[in-house]
Design a protein around this ligand. Sequence first.
Ligand code: GRF
Length: 190
Amino acid sequence: MFKIAVLVSGGGSNLQSIIDTISTSKVGYEISCVIADRECYGIERAKKNNIETKIFDRKILKKDISKKIDEYLGNRVNLVVLAGFLSILDEEFINKRRRRIINIHPSLLPKFGGPGMFGMRIHRAVMEAKEFESGCTVHYVDAGIDTGEIIEQKKVKIEVDDTAETLQKKILVEEHKLLPKAIRKLMKIN
Ligand code: GRF
């Protein structure tokens, strides 16, 4: 069985999309554990589904968080999925798991990515730039921020009456399909 670890910091709706996909279809992969860098609803979702959880508090651990996650994971998973995980993993952690860490980002990377581009900031920046489309991207994680090779991308059209908030909601719907699709793709090639 292909095993994944899902790392979260927030609401965990993308985690939920993976849980739901696993429970409704034979995907051939399973979630070994859910890791968070703070108390968050994502952890609650995991617990409700009897998935092992672990919190590594970013405020206490600071730069040691990567080391702690690395020790905890060891070799037990085939893929690490960052689903709204806000801590930055260090180079040692990333180099150890080349092409085995992925992230989901709510824009059409390389546009609207990089340091400080998270949450509503992304969608506000897209609206301010008067873009005609936005979307979401699943990419490999490398040592940069949002710079890794793109695995899957889905475009979302921006309508005249869209706001940053409506755009976020529309993109999230697509994220929930794109992330399980990308995991399945990686499972097949690994
Ligand atoms: C998503 O928009 C994801 O693309 C970004 O953080 C958000 C997490 O949302 N990296 P959720 O916690 O999965 O609901």
